[in-house]
Design a protein around this ligand. Structure first.
Ligand code: GRF
Length: 185
């Protein structure tokens, strides 16, 4: 299955997916990494794996529709079938959703519907929950609202945000690979 990974940041989930593919655990090929942040570390990671990168700043487009249309053109050129969001910090609009119906997935660092949006781990710690986790879900117009595909619980390390983050990210890398194994046959 030909996939594109969309990321705005470090890209550790992208790397986990690519490594699972290289180990033969995932029947997929990352044809393109798409980023809205040309300076993001995910670009370096993609280059290290020799995977092409499409780095487009939304600012350079007149509208979100134009921005997503430019992305779709590149996806079609690479015959991309599925879009995997991995720390892509933008809402997906109707333009991309219509081009890839039921073919866009996201990972979020909480047990949705708890703590959607930014800094889900900080939100969970602030709230004082003892257990948080990771959710893989289909993407719709909302913020972290689409149908849930898979979830895993992670214990909060009280008073230690860094340790909690490490545990959540570790689980993300495992859960995303597992969920994609089921989806990308
Ligand atoms: C992850 O926590 C993901 O769930 C969230 O953004 C973070 C991206 O991390 N949506 P990375 O860029 O994959 O390291």
């Amino acid at each position: 299955t030909k996939i594109a990974v969309f990321a705005s940041g470090s890209g550790s989930n992208f790397q986990a997916i690519q490594e699972a593919i290289e180990r033969g655990e995932l029947n997929a090929k990352v044809e393109l990494v798409v980023t809205d942040k040309p300076g993001a570390y995910v670009v370096t990671r993609a280059e290290n794996f020799n995977i092409p990168v499409l780095a487009l700043s939304p600012k350079e487009f007149a509208s979100k529709a134009d921005y997503e249309t430019a992305i779709i053109e590149a996806l079609h050129e690479c015959h991309v079938e599925w879009i995997v969001l991995a720390g892509y910090m933008r809402l997906i609009s109707e333009v991309l959703l219509t081009a890839y119906p039921q073919r866009i997935v996201n990972i979020h660092p909480s047990l949705l519907p708890a703590f959607p949006g930014k800094d889900a781990i900080g939100q969970a710690m602030e709230h004082g929950v003892k257990i948080t986790g990771v959710t893989v879900h289909f993407v719709d117009e909302g913020m972290d609202t689409g149908p849930i595909i898979a979830q895993a619980a992670v214990s909060v390390v009280e008073g230690n945000r860094e340790a909690t983050e490490t545990a959540v990210h570790k689980e993300e890398h495992v859960l995303y690979t597992k969920a994609l194994q089921q989806l990308l046959k």
